[in-house]
Structure formats: structure tokens, C-alpha cells
Design a protein. Structure first.
Length: 170
């Protein structure tokens, strides 16, 4: 769900006139060069008398992003939440109509690739303790949300968001 919500958040911000944003793996909204955090997207889903999604969007105040200063000012929450809901609804319809699928990201994977600002660029794979595990190139994301980083020797490492994060190489 965070992947889907991040796409919606980017689309909502663009509706407000914010340009130059994309997705940083797995689900942050970042500047188009991948170095600046614009907003953190957190989302989870579950079932309780039907499906529900809980999503939070936190703008990076340290980085200078203030919701009130964005184009649209007091409409930011409505527009961005509306775009996230539209994206989640479209994803749910695609999953419901798809029968058996390769994985949960299959309906959005193409759009997700298009929004990933670090795809094909030099990145660092960073352990949760902050230590850089390796440097390489972001090579892809699979239908389960795992990222693949290709090192300088051509070897590939597949990683889940729980194992490490990815940032632009310094």
C-alpha cells in the first residue's frame, strides 16, 4: 500500500503545481534528483468490515517543505488525499479484476518505475544502522516491492525495505 500511496501523493502534488517530485524507494516523495525528501508516506491496509487503508503524509520541515507554502495552501490535504484515494481505488479495482497476478505491485509497476527518480542511477544501499552496505546502480523493483541494486562488478543484490534503504550515491 505505501507504494500505491506514494504514487498518489506525487500526482496530488503535481495537481497543485508542484513539479520535480518523484518516488524514492520504497515510498517517499523526493526531489527529482533523489537527494531531497519532500514528504514521507506511510500506509497500511487491513480488513475490518471491509478493506481499509490508513495513510499519513508528513512533509519534511527541515528540508523546507511546508504544506501551507505549497501551491494550493489550505487545499493541500484535500487534493493530495484525493489523489491518493483515487490511486488506491484504481489499484484495488485492478487487483480485483486481475484474478491471479504475479504480485501486489503488478498493476502499478510500470507507473512506479516511471516515478522512481533513482532508477538507473548511482545509489548507496544503507543498513538500518546507517552504514553503507554497497554502492551500485538501482536496477529495478519486483512485483513484491523488493529493489535490485547492481554493483560495479555486475552482481545484483535484492533487498526489501526492512533490510536496507536506498539513497543517491554521495
Amino acid at each position: 500500500m505505501p507504494y500505491v500511496a506514494a504514487l498518489g501523493a506525487c500526482e496530488g502534488l503535481e495537481q497543485l503545481g508542484v513539479s520535480g517530485v518523484g518516488v524514492g524507494w520504497p515510498a517517499d516523495v523526493v526531489s527529482e534528483d533523489g537527494t531531497g525528501l519532500v514528504a514521507r508516506v506511510r500506509a497500511s491496509a487491513g480488513y475490518a468490515e471491509g478493506m481499509f487503508v490508513v495513510c499519513s503524509l508528513a512533509f519534511d520541515v527541515e528540508g523546507g517543505a511546508h504544506a501551507a507554502e505549497l501551491p494550493g495552501g489550505d487545499r493541500v490535504a484535500d487534493v493530495v488525499c484525493g489523489a491518493i484515494l483515487a490511486r488506491v481505488d484504481a489499484w484495488a479495482r485492478a487487483v480485483g479484476a486481475g484474478g491471479t497476478m504475479a504480485g501486489p505491485l503488478a498493476p502499478i509497476l510500470s507507473d512506479y518505475f516511471d516515478r522512481m527518480v533513482l532508477m538507473g542511477k548511482p545509489v548507496e544501499l544503507v543498513y538500518p544502522n546507517g552504514r553503507v552496505a554497497m554502492r551500485g546502480t538501482l536496477a529495478g523493483v519486483d512485483v513484491w516491492g523488493r529493489a535490485t541494486v547492481r554493483n560495479e562488478l555486475g552482481g545484483e543484490v535484492e533487498v526489501s525495505p526492512e533490510q536496507a534503504s536506498i539513497r543517491a550515491a554521495k
